[in-house]
Design a protein around this ligand. Sequence first.
Ligand code: WTA
Length: 663
Amino acid sequence: MTEGDAELEARLAEQEVFEPPESFVEQANVSDPGIYEEFEENWPECWEGAADLLDWYEGYDQVLDDSDPPFYEWFTDGKLNASANCLDRHLDERGDEAAIEWVGEPVDEADRTYTYEELHREVNEFAAALRDIGVGEDDVVTLYMPMIPELPVAMLACARIGAPHSVVFAGFSADALATRMNAADSEYLVTCDGYYRRGDPLDHLGKAEEGLSGVEHETTTVVVDRLGPNGDGFGHDLGDKHDYGDLVAAHAGAEVDPVVRDAEDMLFLMYTSGTTGKPKGVKHTTGGYLAWASWTSQSVLDIKPEDTYFCSADIGWITGHSYIVYGPLALGTTTMMYEGTPDHPDRDRLWEIVEEYEATQLYTAPTAIRAFMKWGSEYPDAHDLSSLRLLGTVGEPINPRAWKWYYKHIGGEECPIVDTWWQTETGGMMVTTLPGVGDMKPGSAGPPLPGVDVRIVDTGGDEVEAGRAGYLTVDKPWPGMLRTLYNNDERYIEEYWAEYSDLDSDDPDDWVYFPEDGAKIDEDGYITVLGRVDDVINVSGHRLGTMEIESAIVGVEGVAEAAVVGGHHDIKGEAVYAYVITEEGYEENDELRERIVAGVEDAIGPIARPEQVVFTPDLPKTRSGKIMRRLLENIADGEELGNTSTLRNPEIVEDIQRKAGGD
Ligand code: WTA
């Protein structure tokens, strides 16, 4: 480090407020601070501007119908199609421009560019094929694919024919796939033979087939051939499954008129973890969701058609849905997709991609930034990253040190950073600075977006003072909100509204959305999100329910009882720690430990893999039998123990602590 650098580091370390760079403000899509007041005064009509970003077959009657809270409807009776909005309307002006720039994992493989015209063609062909194999309007199609271009093609093909998709993250297990297909009554699956991970081909179809064997109804499956001859070793036989390439070839040149969908018709389902063991099927709609994804892409990510925008998330999660596929394509920009991991073949892979494609924005997760930081700044420093104009983060809180590292080493101190708080359920961003307007405070996401009514309250629902921890609530509906949980209105109310609403009231003012996050607010109205307050663990920005993991562990032979908590992890943010009571006659040994880890991987996937499995004769419980997770969290974090006086078995805690420490 030169002396100049050292000075700079010291200055950065102390600085708490960063102004948006002048060069950015000058060209920003949104730069007028008046937008906050304007939206507040003009609510909910302020969201007409978001709807105006889309093409409608028929205009809507009402911006918001709030006559039956919490079943809100947006842009009522408006008619549109999401695939037409993401493709057809760009053909005249941008047909030859890249819609998707796809970078495969193998370094020596040619990258693939899909112009809008090419993407439109393949989406039409696959839409025709889906219809041919029986997919009708409103049939749920499950997509179980990694980061290959056929995934967005399939999403848009579904949208074109009005069939909601349910994307299941490729890293999820066979069981997780089966649970989701059963829950959604989904009779169609699009998957692939395999993909590459760190240079090696990986079998995916085997897992998909195992999942299908757990599906209770008849299914029709389409398989994308990703690996070609490299997949031969897995010995797959397609049997009665369809080959994607053959289907598309058989429908070459087909054109499918986009189905006219109502604004409130379902665009997709996305399963996410909650407090109970069963994943929740979050329902998003065509009009409100697409307007929200588009408006936030434009005003927060500052996307312009001529950009090459890069989000490194996986399309299997909501971030990829909203900010790789729907938002960017609705705005007619070039969106990037990368199949591999950031450290293969070397730790500069992302920077190589940014440099080669001259990416203009990078949207990633704090867990990735922490890993980059650990690997060292020599990797980004070796590349020209000056094409970048804006940086973003999502998924978990980012600590100020990682924020500043990102700002300096990736953004060259010339890019604003948007720290965006939102969830699967919100459809898109809710709390973040507008990059051309607001000052940034590292570690704090920022104020709620204009027109978004977020408050930080105590358990009684009263707003807490600045600086005090409380619960984050959303007091007014917004277009991108989930509409319900699939086939389960009751659970929708129970999970998100019951905490702070008057459930008997018809007055929307009595209804408050609770996202189950803790947060605090400062004097300037900047919100720092503190993390989940329910039994959800955030591993590398991915939501996992402790109940789901516990039931997987209890399903392992020899396990009597289990408790799972999230403990601190330098890179992942949180990691899974499991405390397990064995059944009589089973030994507490590594063999059982391995079976427990394998059981979790089978039920959910490798992301849920426990960091540590501790055997114990008992779990810390209150007199009423409730497990005191807080104490287990203390143990996982190697912290001093909290109050144990309410336990019926206080002696067990130190015992577990000793065992966790390796005695
Ligand atoms: C957490 C991901 C702090 C939060 C888009 C939320 C964050 C959960 C942030 C949703 C952020 C997301 N700062 N925490 N900027 N963004 N979270 O559904 O706990 O996978 O409730 O959606 O991630 O996770 P989900």
